[in-house]
Design a binder for this molecule. Sequence first.
Ligand code: ADP
Length: 214
Amino acid sequence: MEFSERQARIVEIVKNSSPITGEQIAAKLDLTRATLRPDLTILTMAGVLDARPRVGYFLKEQKESSPIMEQLRLLRVGDFKSLPISVRESISIYDAIVTMFTQNVGTLTVVGENQNLKGMVSRKDLLKSALGKTDLQQVPVSIIMTRMPNIIMTTADEPILDAARKLTLHQIDSLPVVEAFIDEKGEERYEVIGRFTKTNVARIFVQIGTLGKQ
Ligand code: ADP
């Protein structure tokens, strides 16, 4: 399990002084109870800590994960991905902006022949180029895109938790979903077959929460 720095410190404190109340943990960390609440909730939901009313927190003896976490780990990108919205490298920055509006997306994948992944272009990439003196009608999007091999990708069989971790770790909104293939020169290429975005993650979260309420 990958804890954040603060979560690791909370676990350490609970290990050494349980049962311990949220207030006491907060005091040891020099933080308020309110600041700590999300971490305590997540650690409890994930089955690391247990909380007894009026007693406090202690470490769960058997770290069996909660049923919802078990289920979440089984979900794969392929079942939740969206269709890719792709443009060619030669398209102008101006047309890329128009495509973003008409297709209602925040990130475009840039592809060559056979949907071969070349790069990604985000809203801020386009805004940045619009701030300068660039001739938006003339300059191709390939000039401003983030290009291979620097693209963070996912595949249909990757667990959504791992894909979502890539989104947060790399601070990006969207991952192209790809299938690797070998081109005629014997080089590995990636065919874009979808996109997995922060919106997909939010949708899964809302659906589980909403259905669970009934
Ligand atoms: P925005 O910049 O519009 O908020 P992002 O946070 O997704 O959107 O993009 C930040 C930067 O990362 C941009 O320069 C973009 O080109 C690049 N980028 C977007 N998606 C990816 C990706 N999957 N892999 C690598 N770089 C990416």
